[in-house]
Design a protein. Structure first.
Length: 404
C-alpha cells in the first residue's frame, strides 16, 4: 500500500516552523506561527490558568470520558460570557471541539450532510486551512473580495461578489482580527455587508479564533452577536488557544443558532454524531480549566485583565513596527499596520523576497507576507523593519497599497 505513496504538499506554516527549528542561528526571528509572545519572547501561561489548574489537580476525582458533547459546564459558561443578550432572542446549542479548527470543520460537515450542493464563500485573503477544511468536508469553495492593506470602510466589493451566492450557501466570515490581514470591516461596512445577505437563505459560518484581541472581549463578542441576530441560522466556531493561551490543549467549540429549541436540539444530535465518527470525544483538561475560571469571579477578572494586557502589547508592537518601517525608508502609508487588529498583518512581498529574508536575514514570515506581530520582541522591531523594507515588492504598491 505504501510503496508508491507520493510525498504530500507541505503545509506552508508548519513547514516554516520546522525550518525555523533547524536554523542554527541564534539571532533568528520567528514571525510565522500564530502564537503570542511577551517582551522576553516567551509564550506565557496565563496566571488565571495556573491557578485553575492547581484547583483542578486537587478537586478532580475522575478521568472518565466527558461525553461526545464535551464539558457542558464549559460550554454553558463560555456561551453565557460570549452571548449574554441572546438567550431571549435565539436558541442555540454547542459542542466542544478540537480547537477552533474543529469547530469550523464540524459546521462544514453538517452543511454537507444537510445540503451537499452548497457553496462555501471564503474571503480572498483568509486562513489557508479554510480551503483544506472545505475540501475535506466535500463542499466547494468560491471567494469574495477581502481588502489586504487598508481599513475596510466599505464592503462594496464583497457585496458585489456575494450577490452571486444562492440560498443554502454559506459565507465564512472572520469574527474579528482577520487572519492574515488584520483588517476588519468597520461597523458600518459590516452592517452593510450582512444587510445585503440577510433574508436570502445564506448561512454565516463565523470563525472567531481571536475574540478579545480586537476591541476587547466584550466588544468583539458583541460584534459577532450583531451578525447572529440578522440570520435565522448561523454557526460560530470559537477557540481558546489565543485568548486563554491554551494552544496545546486544543480547546474550542462549535455554536449553532436556530429558530427553535427543537431545531437546535436536532442540530446538536447531528454535530455529536459527526464528532463521534471523527474523534469520538474531546479532551477535558482545558475545558475544565476554563470552566473553573469562568465560574470564579476573581479568576475571570484576572484572566480578562491578562488578555487585555496582551491586546495592548500587540497594539504597541503594531505602532512600533509601523514607525520603524517609515524610518527605514518605507515609501508608503504603513498606518494599516498600526491600525489593524489582532496578531497578523500582510507585508507586500513576493515569494523570492520572503525566501531571501529568511535565508539572509534569519527572519521567518509566512506565505504571502503574513507577519505575526504578536510574536515580535521589542528588541527585534528595528531589525525586522530594516529587513522588511529592504525586501518588499515595490511592484505591488500602485495596485494594492496606494488604492484604498
Amino acid at each position: 500500500m505504501f510503496a508508491n505513496v507520493p510525498p504530500p504538499a507541505p503545509d506552508p506554516i508548519l513547514s516554516l516552523s520546522a525550518a525555523f527549528r533547524k536554523d542554527a542561528r541564534t539571532d533568528k526571528v520567528d514571525l510565522g506561527v500564530g502564537v503570542y509572545r511577551d517582551v522576553s519572547g516567551k509564550t506565557p501561561i496565563f496566571g488565571a490558568v495556573k491557578s485553575a489548574e492547581r484547583g483542578l489537580l486537587e478537586s478532580q476525582t475522575t478521568k472518565a470520558y466527558v461525553g461526545i458533547q464535551g464539558n457542558v459546564g464549559f460550554l454553558q459558561s463560555f456561551g453565557e460570557l460570549l452571548f449574554p443578550e441572546l438567550a431571549f432572542a435565539k436558541d442555540y446549542t454547542a459542542v466542544q471541539t478540537l480547537g477552533g479548527t474543529g469547530g469550523v470543520r464540524l459546521a462544514l460537515d453538517l452543511v454537507h450532510l444537510l445540503t451537499p450542493n452548497s457553496t462555501v464563500w471564503v474571503p480572498s485573503s483568509t486562513w489557508g486551512n479554510h480551503y483544506q477544511l472545505i475540501k475535506a468536508s466535500g463542499l466547494r469553495a468560491k471567494t469574495y473580495n477581502q481588502q489586504k492593506y487598508h481599513s475596510s470602510t466599505s464592503a462594496a466589493l464583497a457585496i458585489d461578489d456575494l450577490a452571486q451566492a444562492q440560498s443554502g450557501d454559506c459565507v465564512i466570515f472572520h469574527g474579528c482580527c482577520h487572519n492574515p490581514t488584520g483588517i476588519d470591516y468597520s461597523e458600518a461596512a459590516q452592517d452593510e455587508l450582512f444587510a445585503s445577505l440577510a433574508g436570502r437563505g445564506i448561512v454565516p459560518i463565523i470563525d472567531a479564533a481571536y475574540i478579545g484581541f480586537g476591541a476587547g472581549f466584550s466588544a468583539d463578542a458583541a460584534r459577532i452577536a450583531k451578525i447572529i441576530r440578522r440570520f435565522p441560522e448561523s454557526f460560530v466556531a470559537v477557540s481558546c488557544s489565543k485568548n486563554i493561551g491554551l494552544y496545546r490543549e486544543r480547546l474550542g467549540a462549535c455554536f449553532a443558532f436556530g429558530e427553535s429549541k427543537e431545531l437546535v436540539t436536532a442540530v446538536q444530535g447531528h454535530l455529536e454524531s459527526l464528532a463521534r465518527g471523527m474523534y469520538s470525544m474531546p479532551a477535558d483538561h482545558g475545558a475544565s480549566v476554563v470552566e473553573i475560571i469562568l465560574k470564579d469571579h476573581q479568576l475571570c477578572e484576572h484572566w480578562l485583565s491578562e488578555l487585555e494586557a496582551q491586546r495592548q502589547h500587540i497594539k504597541q508592537s503594531r505602532a512600533k513596527l509601523s514607525d520603524e518601517i517609515t524610518k527605514a525608508g518605507g515609501d508608503f502609508d504603513t498606518s494599516y499596520i498600526a491600525n489593524g487588529n489582532g496578531m497578523f498583518c500582510l507585508f507586500p512581498m513576493v515569494d523570492t523576497s520572503i525566501s531571501r529574508l529568511r535565508e539572509v536575514e534569519g527572519i521567518y514570515i509566512g506565505p504571502g507576507g503574513r507577519l505575526n506581530i504578536a510574536a515580535l520582541a521589542d528588541a527585534d522591531v528595528t531589525r525586522v523593519a530594516l529587513g522588511l523594507t529592504g525586501s518588499f515588492d515595490r511592484g505591488l504598491l500602485d495596485s494594492d497599497l496606494q488604492s484604498p
